[in-house]
Design a protein around this ligand. Structure first.
Ligand code: TXA
Ligand code: MG
Length: 343
């Protein structure tokens, strides 16, 4: 399949490209587009046939439901059957933005989108290209992250090209995404909301608006079964095995030296503050610790770029488990298959 490619850096000046991409979506095709978190792989959420193509292109297990993306609140009417008051409050505070709500679904939506569940995931992305594309298509758009299943999510159009060129109808290139980690998935089917996946909006930010917010026990203890189907799959792993080092930079350098004594080529993921501590075969600087949002922004590109070097092992610093640090550590631990080397 030929994959169309449009560069859109200004929505108002490039309406023609957005319209072409929207036409493909209306036609039941799959198109990748930027959101503020990561690139999404979109298709008409009301069409079984269109949604099936997303699963095929990604190689995604069919028991893993998709997020439905909307551009206006009135689109909710055909997607969800009820909205608790605290959800209204959170929508007003954080939409458009990196927050996904799990709510009871309305009959009539593609059952493939929800993988047969009685609930549906819905979010309004905060990106001009995404919003304009959804508006032009006049459809709710089902979209997972636009990577092959198991790979780090794409934060640049070139990542989407690497994974899906020839497998989808088009890619809208809107530059680097921004937030860098996916949306927070919040289960709102009970009286108290529960975070199923940490993401762009932190637990602290949610609690400021609605009081207590629970956390899926699986996020604290990996032996617990996750409540979100997608969280059970391995994800984000670079080609070389990654370990998270929980300790000082001096300790991490000792770990690196030990690997190198074994004849291994070592890649390091660090931050601006600590880069000068390390001597290794390849060092990637991923944001700075003073502002963890910068680490989130560059994390997936860093994980992907290790694959361009021939490295035998990778080590990463760890990050404080607060604010967006919760999402960063969740993704890093998954990428590392939960291998942690403690000082
Ligand atoms: O930021 C994002 O959320 C990106 C952009 C493209 O919007 N999308 C994204 O989609 O990360 P995906 O498919 O890669 O992750 C969606 C997560 C999965 O873990 C899935 O299992 C979960 O949401 N999910 C979807 N519907 C659900 C439901 N009804 N109940 C529980 N979890 C659900
Ligand atoms: Mg994903």
């Amino acid at each position: 399949m030929k994959t169309n490619y449009w560069v859109v850096d200004n929505v108002d000046n490039q309406v023609g490209s957005i319209e072409e991409a929207a036409r493909l979506l209306k036609d039941g095709q799959v198109v990748a587009f930027p959101t503020e978190t990561v690139y999404g792989l979109g298709a008409d959420a009301t069409s079984d046939e269109a949604v099936r193509k997303i699963y095929e292109a990604k190689g995604r297990p069919s028991d893993n439901p998709l997020i439905v993306h909307i551009a206006e609140k009135n689109q909710l009417q055909v997607i969800v059957s009820e909205i608790p008051e605290y959800v209204e409050k959170l929508m007003d505070a954080f939409w458009p933005g990196p927050l996904t709500f799990i709510l009871p679904k309305r009959e009539g939506l593609s059952t493939i989108v929800t993988a047969g569940l009685q609930t549906v995931a819905v979010r309004m992305p905060n990106h001009p290209v995404a919003l304009s594309l959804i508006q032009k298509a006049q459809l709710p758009i089902a979209a997972p992250s636009a990577n092959l299943s198991g790979k780090p999510s794409p934060t640049l159009a070139k990542h989407v090209m690497e994974d899906l060129n020839g497998r989808i109808a088009g890619i809208v290139d809107g530059g680097m995404t921004g937030v860098g980690v996916e949306s927070t998935v919040l289960d709102c089917t009970g009286d108290t909301p529960m975070i199923l996946r940490p993401g762009g909006i932190s637990k602290e930010e949610l609690e400021e608006m609605v009081g207590t917010v629970l956390v899926d026990p699986n996020l604290v203890d990996e032996k617990e079964k996750p409540k979100s189907p997608g969280m059970k799959y391995t994800h984000y792993a670079p080609d070389a095995p990654l370990s998270i080092v929980d300790g000082s930079p001096e300790f991490m350098q000792k770990v690196i030296e030990q690997f190198r004594l074994e004849g291994k080529r070592v890649g390091v993921l660090t931050t601006e503050e600590n880069q000068s501590f390390y001597e290794a075969d390849h060092v990637i600087v991923c944001g700075n610790r003073k502002d963890l949002k910068t680490v989130a922004t560059h994390l997936y590109d860093a994980l992907r770029s290790f694959n361009e070097q021939s490295l035998d092992v990778l080590v990463s610093e760890s990050f404080p488990n607060a604010g967006v640090g919760q999402a960063i550590m969740n993704r890093l631990l998954k990428a590392a298959g939960h291998r942690v080397i403690k000082e």
